[in-house]
Design a protein around this ligand. Structure first.
Ligand code: FES
Length: 313
């Protein structure tokens, strides 16, 4: 029978735990008498629990390190351990398998107050050493699809000087075995009505009159003719007849109410003066296509994750 050598190890990590049992009173004793069968079972279960992939935790016969037992060796590194508790097993799995110098993944994040990854918490070390598991997800509904594809530990966190974003390093062995394909949803760098956008502002404006100045951020408009749907002006802009320019946070059709980002707008507006409103763009491809029919001029960025953003192979 022909024997075909394999090009690479079948398992990324292959652990051998000696469970050799010798007769009572044997001068060299044995690993089994020091609890290695229980420790082997615990390690196997714990590796699975931690989501470590492509690992095999085997029982073995005598490894000829009886006096140092319970003995364990991990390949391909060929590193030997003496261990005698569940805590030792946890430490080996964490330090050698998960957090070993065998691969890393950098995750970048935007500034966030509160929420799951609060920037201040990251910056003060609250998450240092935390276990991270990554799953395939559908960005629309965000269910986890199957088992984790990567498990690692947060290693180094860095926040940029102005605190608007940061990154952390995840170290874990699975990254060596996994390849990732990412699909991207284009996202625009271009402001609406900039020359690159090639939309003509006057084709999209709505002329009206400042009606009631409600309080600080809010006012209503009248005389729009055919007021557009809720949200049409969100992220848009306005300019009054006196030259005051502002940006629009929210537009509500039923009340004809504009909410701006300018807290002092009430002091810059005059009821009855003319105002021109321009629609907003959230710079996504979908909005560019469906709202402005301008997809051909969309200035895409190649690094914005798309709807089906991560696929492991
Ligand atoms: S009995 Fe375990 S190494 Fe010999």
């Amino acid at each position: 029978m022909a024997v075909q050598p394999t090009e690479k190890p079948f398992y990324e990590t292959h652990v051998f735990c000696c469970v050799n049992q010798r007769p009572p009173g044997h001068p060299r004793s044995c690993c089994a008498d020091r609890g290695s069968k229980d420790l082997h079972g615990y390690m196997k279960a714990r590796a699975k629990e931690l989501g470590i992939k492509n690992i095999r935790v085997n029982q073995s016969g005598c490894l000829e390190r009886c006096e140092l037992g319970p003995s364990m060796v991990i390949y391909p590194e060929g590193v030997w351990y003496t261990y005698d508790s569940h805590e030792d097993v946890d430490e080996i799995l964490t330090k050698h398998i998960i957090n070993g110098d065998v691969g890393s993944m950098e995750i970048t994040f935007a500034h966030s107050d509160g929420g799951t990854l609060d920037t201040a918490e990251l910056n003060t070390g609250f998450w240092d050493g935390a276990t991270v598991q990554m799953y395939l997800v559908d960005r629309l509904t965000l269910p986890a699809l199957g088992d984790p594809i990567f498990t690692g530990l947060i290693d180094t966190v860095s926040i940029n000087p102005i605190g608007s974003s940061g990154s952390f390093d995840i170290r874990g062995i699975s990254v060596q075995a996994e390849a990732f394909i990412q699909t991207y949803q284009p996202m625009c760098r271009t402001d609406l009505f900039s020359p690159l956008c090639q939309l003509v502002a006057t084709d999209w404006d709505h002329a009206g009159t400042v009606d009631t100045i409600i309080y600080r951020f809010n006012f209503t408009v009248s005389g729009l003719g055919a007021p557009p749907a809720d949200g049409w002006f969100n992220q848009g802009t306005f300019q009054t007849a006196s030259g005051f320019k502002g940006t629009i946070a929210n537009w509500v059709l039923s009340s004809l109410k504009i909410t701006t980002y300018q807290p002092n707008c009430f002091s810059r507006l005059t009821a009855g003066e003319g105002i021109t409103l321009y629609p907003g763009c959230d710079k996504t491809a979908a909005t560019c296509r469906t709202k402005f029919n301008n997809r051909i001029n969309h200035q895409a960025e190649a690094h914005f994750l798309g709807i089906n953003s991560i696929v492991g192979v």
